[in-house]
Every structure is written in structure tokens, then in C-alpha cells.
Design a protein around this ligand. Structure first.
Ligand SMILES: C[S@@+](CC[C@H](N)C(=O)[O-])C[C@H]1O[C@@H](n2cnc3c(N)ncnc32)[C@H](O)[C@@H]1O
Length: 241
């Protein structure tokens, strides 16, 4: 309990350090995306503010242009990603649940308008992220009943925050779609401590095994230069070698 209290005081102190430099219009949009996620009953599954700011800085410091997010919900993390991209950058949001997509679209649209030159864009790719990623790897495009979406051959980065049982498969496809020097950031890599053996009813044996294998692969020095951030549920930042 005390640990939780200390943790939340610490996190809000850290988040406030950078919050003061945020534009009021940016703050308003991220607060709306957070509120939307609470209203649809998905309280607390978006990133914390400190995690979102860390994500923003990591992407900005790596000058990312073409970026993929796996698991977008109502766009809270997506807004931080979009604003961290270089001018002309595009964010591709992969989201399975059609119910969140109108809010996601609304929030990201507002975020693109924050950019003075209006030069950044986004695409929402509805459906299972892994199937869609494999399709892009195989054919460079996704065909829906409404349009044919063409994708770049390589991307500057990925943020992985979708199905926890598929993290290893996401990584195996992402590595082929990533430029050398491209970045991967993933959330929830501790699975609430279950990866080092803490008992929780929340995750299956398979999920724990997958996350352990994911962590091993992303920390493999032959494939990536990587850094684990000891956030509430663990994030990893890795650069493809
Ligand atoms: C933790 S939430 C994402 C939160 C978001 N990144 C943020 O910080 O605001 C996980 C999201 O992944 C989506 N998701 C789960 N399984 C998926 C799959 N197989 N393919 C695509 N999206 C999936 C869920 O619908 C949910 O919106």
C-alpha cells in the first residue's frame, strides 16, 4: 500500500516536471483521450503520463518519420507519438476493437491540427494487428472494402501495446519491417511481476512464457541495443542493430 502511494507520488512528480512545458491545446487533447478511455470502461489501461512522456522523448530523440502503434484504444499514447514524429511523419495505428475507432480517429485528427504546418498524418488499420502486419510484410499493402492502403517498405519505429500473448510474434515481424537503427518500444513487459515469478491470477502460463521469450529476444545484444525502463509495469526501448 505504502509502496503504491510512494509510487504514485513519485510518478506524478516526474510527470509534472515536463507537463509544465506542454501547450494547453496539447494537454486538452490528451486529457480528452484519457477521459474517453475512462468513459468506455477502460480506466487505467492507457499509459501513465510519465510513461507517455518517456515514449514521446524516445521517439523524438530518434527522429522517427514512419511509425507503427500496435494497440491504440482512444489515442492517448498515439497523440504523444504523433507529436514526437518529424515534420511529414505518419503514424499507423493498429486497433482490433471497432468500438474505440471513432474516438481514436477524432482524437488523432485533433492532434494533427496542433501541428502548425499540418504536415503529419495518421492511418487507422482496423483488425488483428498480427495478421495485418504479416500482410504488410508479404504484400506491402492492405486491401479493405473501402480502399487499398499502401505502406512503406521499412519503418522507423514501433510501439507495442496490444495483445500480450502475441508480443513475440509482433517482434518477429517488426524486426523485418524495421530499418537498421529503427526503434521498438514495448509496454507491460513485467506482466505485473509474473515474468520473474510473482503469483498473479491475471496471466496465463502461455502469456508469461511469451513475455519471457520477448524480453530475452529484445535484450539480445546481437539484434538490438536495448534499455529496460523500470516503470510500473516495465517498458523496453530497443534500437535495431
Ligand atoms: C493497453 S490498450 C492500448 C492503450 C494505448 N496504447 C494507450 O496507451 O492509450 C490495448 C489495446 O490493444 C487492442 N488490442 C488487443 N488485442 C489486439 C489485437 N490482436 N490486434 C490489435 N489490437 C489489439 C485493445 O483493443 C486495446 O485497445
Amino acid at each position: 500500500m505504502r509502496q503504491n502511494l510512494e509510487n504514485s507520488v513519485k510518478l506524478s512528480y516526474l510527470a509534472n516536471l515536463t507537463q509544465e512545458t506542454q501547450e494547453p491545446s496539447f494537454k486538452r487533447i490528451v486529457e480528452k483521450a484519457r477521459l474517453d478511455s475512462i468513459q468506455i470502461g477502460k480506466h487505467n489501461i492507457s499509459l501513465s503520463e510519465f510513461e507517455a512522456q518517456s515514449l514521446f522523448q524516445l521517439i523524438k530523440m530518434n527522429y522517427c518519420n514512419q511509425f507503427i502503434e500496435l494497440g491504440s484504444l482512444t489515442g492517448y499514447s498515439g497523440i504523444f507519438i504523433l507529436s514526437a514524429l518529424v515534420e511529414g511523419g505518419t503514424l499507423y495505428c493498429f486497433e482490433k476493437d471497432l468500438k474505440w475507432i471513432p474516438k481514436l480517429e477524432e482524437n488523432l485528427k485533433e492532434a494533427t491540427q496542433l501541428n502548425e504546418n499540418n504536415s503529419k498524418s495518421f492511418e487507422i488499420i482496423a483488425g488483428d494487428a498480427l495478421l495485418n502486419l504479416k500482410e504488410i510484410l508479404n504484400s506491402g499493402q492492405i486491401v479493405t472494402d473501402k480502399k487499398v492502403l499502401k505502406f512503406p517498405k521499412q519503418f522507423d519505429g514501433f510501439f507495442i501495446d496490444a495483445n500480450k500473448s502475441a508480443y513475440l510474434e509482433y517482434l518477429n515481424v517488426a524486426i523485418d519491417l524495421l530499418k537498421p537503427g529503427g526503434v521498438i518500444i514495448a509496454d507491460n513487459i513485467f506482466l505485473e511481476g509474473s515474468v520473474w515469478g510473482e503469483e498473479t491470477q491475471k496471466f496465463s502460463k502461455k502469456q508469461i512464457e511469451v513475455m519471457r521469450s520477448f524480453n530475452q529476444m529484445i535484450c539480445n545484444r546481437e539484434l538490438f541495443d536495448s534499455l529496460i525502463l523500470d516503470t510500473t509495469d516495465g517498458m523496453v526501448f530497443a534500437k535495431k542493430r
